[in-house]
Write a protein that binds this ligand. Sequence first.
Ligand code: URA
Ligand code: SF4
Length: 217
Amino acid sequence: MATPAGAERYLPEDRSLDSLAAAASGCHGCALYKNASQTVFGHGHPDAPIMLVGEQPGDREDVEGLPFVGPAGRLLARALDDAGIDPDLTYQTNAVKHFKFTRKNGKRRIHQKPSRTEVVACRPWLIAEMETLQPQVVVLLGATAAQALLGTSFRLTAHRGEPVHLPDGDGLRLDPEPLLTATVHPSAVLRDRTDREKAYQLFVEDLRTARSGLTTV
Ligand code: URA
Ligand code: SF4
């Protein structure tokens, strides 16, 4: 079979978030649509000033069709609250819109990290969401989301919580350029075995920094 060419050719002419979501529901831009239940597109108010970008939907998200409704989403909701960010001010999405998993003992579905090819294939949706939303602040949650926008040379451990810039010449139509920052993924906080409370506090701290980039709220 020919290699799927990515999401680009599924983009609709009308770029409202609703039109994008409707078009993405039929995306076959990579092979991930085959085993997942549905496309999990971004969700939030079309005027939301803060865009949060995760990796890909998890098991719950795949079933419910909405981003961040499982355990990672619950931690994220608590952290937003502790950072003083009203969830209604956020638009939440993922770098990859279909759940990638393997089956353990033929039953339980275990999250699998999307490949670079899949991230690149799905990137047109993320770019389109961003260009339509024109957020004031973009928070990249985890290395997959960060590298989707900033390239594979970006090191989260070296630059978490810092203002970062899109690579020159990436052609994104963003005006003005939002405050862009990357932090860990909420799942990484959940998985932290050393000092989960500390990991959580650092995560909240990064979200507070992101909030300070809001200009009109
Ligand atoms: N993890 C993510 O990256 N995104 C979700 O929507 C849920 C869990
Ligand atoms: Fe399309 Fe992205 Fe789903 Fe691949 S993961 S089929 S590119 S929506």
